[in-house]
Design a protein around this ligand. Structure first.
Ligand code: MTE
Length: 316
């Protein structure tokens, strides 16, 4: 994000949702289609079919970005700073077995095996806009469950005010975490993100375990990543190993790296420019013309009340 702006994608980067899956995947997924409403399959390894009913009320009507773009044009600095580094290198990430520790200011701390975590919650498909702070955006059909459902399980204490989410630290799996890794990165490892507790409990805040009818590809943050659609994409931490309830506002990755450029809140806001570029417009991957960026990425009706009385120019 400190590095470079994106190149232009061509107009045929948008595809019909019916064409996401290869014929082999469609056939393999046929068994999963027999699930009853509300039921969902336990997640097999990355790329395998994963079915979930779409929650239409929380989904955009727009056609999703082409699957190939969403899985080859990524920010995942643990693999390097180039957009194609994650897709090229993410085979080193081993998303199973995987533990997620949920602790801190909670009555019932617990470490979950990710397979158990997925089975505990009905999976939903939600088509969300993703707006990167760099000025590009996508439309992605995520599969997951609300972070709130997990937080309610562990019962936050009255002192819990924020949620800190931490990505895996393992230089064996993430090349850019190795000392002397060739390539510029101003981030400290592990990647840490955070939300205010009310933001974390908001029904739009999702823990995603799949996308495009498949188990989450490694480069998109397998096996489990955050999705907060009204905030810039960097708030949506990938490959999460720990979710900790805390009393103080966590120190988060990009804010630590460049506090004058990236704030804790990082709500999508066309009225607040990045110090080096405007945030008024965005390039939807697959579209030719730039389009206007909407306050809270188009989710103002649902989330603006969380920030009533706050100066969003100050709390950027
Ligand atoms: N999470 C980790 N651990 N490391 C990262 O570099 N990049 C963020 C976010 N989550 C990042 C991360 C940024 S800048 C964006 S825009 C989104 O992931 C991109 O998600 P995608 O590659 O699935 O589109």
């Amino acid at each position: 994000m400190l590095i470079r702006r994106a190149e232009r994608f061509t107009a045929n980067d948008v595809t019909d949702p019916a064409l996401y899956l290869t014929r082999r995947e469609l056939m393999a997924g046929a068994a999963a289609l027999t699930l009853l409403p509300g039921e969902s399959a336990a997640a097999p390894p990355a790329g395998a079919p994963l079915k979930a009913a779409r929650t239409a009320a929380l989904s955009l009507a727009e056609a999703p970005t082409k699957f190939e773009s969403a899985t080859t044009y990524n920010n995942f600095y643990e693999f390097g700073v180039n957009k194609d580094d994650p897709a090229r290198l993410a085979h080193t990430l081993k998303p199973r077995p995987w533990a997620v520790q949920v602790d801190g200011l909670v009555h019932k701390p617990k470490t979950y095996d990710v397979e158990d975590l997925i089975r505990l919650h009905p999976l939903e498909e939600r088509v969300y806009a993703l707006r990167c702070v760099e000025g590009w955006s996508m439309v992605i059909p995520w599969i997951g469950f609300p972070l709130a459902a997990l937080l309610k399980r562990v019962e936050p204490t009255g002192r819990a005010k924020f949620v800190e989410l931490t990505t895996l630290l393992d230089p064996a799996q993430f090349p850019a975490q190795r000392p002397g890794f060739f390539g510029f990165s101003s981030l400290e490892w592990p990647y840490v993100e955070g939300l205010r507790l009310d933001e974390a409990l908001h029904p739009l805040t999702l823990l995603a375990v799949g996308m495009y009818g498949q188990v989450l590809p490694n480069q998109n943050g397998a096996p489990i990543r955050l999705v907060v659609p009204w905030k810039y994409g960097f708030k949506s931490a990938k490959s999460i190993v720990r979710i900790r309830l805390v009393a103080e506002q966590p120190k988060v990755a990009w804010e630590k790296a460049a506090p004058q450029e990236y704030g804790f809140y990082s709500n999508v806001n066309p009225a607040v420019s990045h110090p080096r570029w405007s945030q008024a417009t965005e390039r939807r991957i697959g579209e030719f013309r730039r389009r206007a960026t909407l306050p809270f990425n188009g989710y103002a009706d649902q989330v603006a009340s969380l920030y009533a009385g706050m100066d969003l120019k100050k709390h950027y």
